[in-house]
Design a protein around this ligand. Structure first.
Ligand SMILES: [Zn+2]
Ligand SMILES: [Zn+2]
Length: 450
């Protein structure tokens, strides 16, 4: 099938029903003009955004980002000299050196999060938008559009840049550093990548490829599941679910789940594993620094104390906060949220929602320390004069970060709002019911922000 549906970029979008994926409230989103966005009135989650010229901007950012990535792989990234010995590092050295040191986990994190996944993401965005600009429906386009939002949290070029800056502060007192052209190209690349991810108009993509879908819609102003509906996480289309809370999106074909299956059990299993791994991640050295033949293992806490001793207070605080405090805070927050889903209180889901969002947002920034070790191990290879190799602690720490990220993704925030919906409907438990087909009352329309 090669049919495309016409979407006028400048005309206001039509009014439509949306279900918030974070609190499950059904809202009637009013027509949006270009540049406007609509938020959920209950939890503030962004329901819909209308971009200016969705093809032109996104395509320009994505192509420029790919060019910058190619440039950053072609030139020297950082030059490093100490006592007359100079060494220059290319980005690919972060993969080859850590592989030689038998730390494949670090190579994998760097390759996937910093190079491969951003590149694949950009190429898929370019493929989709070029095809649509040429009025051609791309083969596999719907599947690709569904995959884009799943890839986004694992794209970590911005975190890598912060990791590079922190690692430079760590060795600034030991050596002279100079930035190569690849460093500046990579900074521009990470900015363009961020802009591309923000400018992809998911609604527009699905409308263009799948067109409007005329299906029964839930009543605005109430919880979706109490009416037998849920939102498609991939394309945002409301869809009906059966008595087991399952269904399939009529627009993009994604499997629908009214609530994430075994959300609390999965989250807690990952949280407990993270707690176990957190102990070796703090106790074992994350790297071994050899200076003039004397190896000196360094733990995360040891690194923070060393930075404090050198007077680098801001960087010491960043590392302490990102590597020590954030994993602990995240584990505590997720455990508390899981516990609260078992003891629902209908009047206080708002603050819990904010805690969940904060947990989800800050979690990936703990990867800073993993990238710091990767960069230092790739850069500082001057034999017995000065040499840095990773320690086992960094693998345990990296696993803590990845597992807590997956734990936050497994947690279904809609569970926090179920008690509120039950109180509104007077039901004893949340269960799908037959859908109603009633028009939206004017009072349920959402405010639009520019
Ligand atoms: Zn909401
Ligand atoms: Zn869908």
């Amino acid at each position: 099938m090669t049919t495309l549906f016409t979407v006028d970029d400048q005309a206001p979008s039509r009014s439509r029903i949306r279900i918030c994926v974070e609190c499950d409230l059904v809202s009637d989103v009013p027509p949006l003009a270009a540049g406007e966005r609509s938020r959920c009135p209950r939890c503030g989650h962004r329901l819909a955004t209308r971009m200016f010229t969705p093809i032109d901007h996104t395509l320009a950012y994505a192509i420029a980002a790919v060019i910058m990535l190619a440039l950053s792989l072609s030139f020297s990234f950082i030059s490093f000299s100490s006592t007359g010995v100079e060494q220059s590092m290319h980005l690919v050295d972060a993969i080859t050196v850590t592989l030689e040191q038998r730390y494949g986990f670090l190579s994998f994190c760097f390759l996937v999060g910093v190079l491969a996944l951003p590149f694949v993401y950009l190429m898929l965005v370019i493929y989709l938008h070029v095809s649509l600009a040429l009025d051609h429906r791309p083969p596999g386009g719907v599947y690709i559009a569904r995959s884009l939002s799943r890839m986004q949290p694992w794209v970590m070029a911005d975190i890598f840049i912060v990791g590079v800056l922190v690692s430079l502060v760590k060795i600034m007192s030991l050596a002279t550093i100079s930035f190569g052209p690849a460093f500046w190209a990579f900074c521009i690349f990470s900015l363009l990548l961020l802009t591309t991810t923000q400018s992809v108009d998911r609604d527009w993509l699905f409308k263009r490829m799948c067109g409007p879908i005329l299906t029964p819609e839930p009543e605005p102003g109430r919880g979706a599941l109490t009416q037998g509906f849920t939102s498609c996480h991939a394309c945002g289309q409301p869809g009906q679910v059966d008595d087991h809370g399952k269904g399939r999106c009529q627009r993009c074909g994604e499997a629908l789940h009214a609530r994430t299956k075994r959300s609390v059990q999965l989250t807690m299993a990952l949280v407990v594993t993270s707690i176990i791994l957190y102990i070796p991640s703090m106790a074992l050295p994350v790297m071994v620094i050899t200076q003039f033949g004397h190896p000196e293992p360094q733990t995360i806490i040891g690194g923070v104390l060393l930075l404090l001793a050198h007077g680098d207070y801001p960087v010491a605080l960043v590392i302490f906060f990102a590597s020590v405090m954030v994993p602990v805070a995240k584990v505590m927050a997720l455990s508390w949220l899981c516990w609260k889903t078992r003891r629902p209180e209908p009047f206080r889901p708002g603050p819990r929602m904010k805690l969940y969002r904060l947990t989800e947002f800050i979690g990936r920034w703990s990867m800073i320390d993993v990238f710091v070790v990767t960069v230092l191990a790739a850069m500082v290879q001057l034999g017995n004069l000065m040499n840095i190799v990773p320690g086992h602690g960094v693998v345990a720490f990296g696993l803590v970060v990845v597992l807590t990220m997956i734990a936050a993704m497994c947690f279904d925030p809609r569970l926090l709002w179920d008690a509120t919906d039950l109180q509104q409907t007077g039901q004893r438990h949340v269960a799908p019911r037959t859908a109603r087909l009633s028009p939206a009352p004017p009072s349920s329309r959402q405010e639009v922000t520019r």
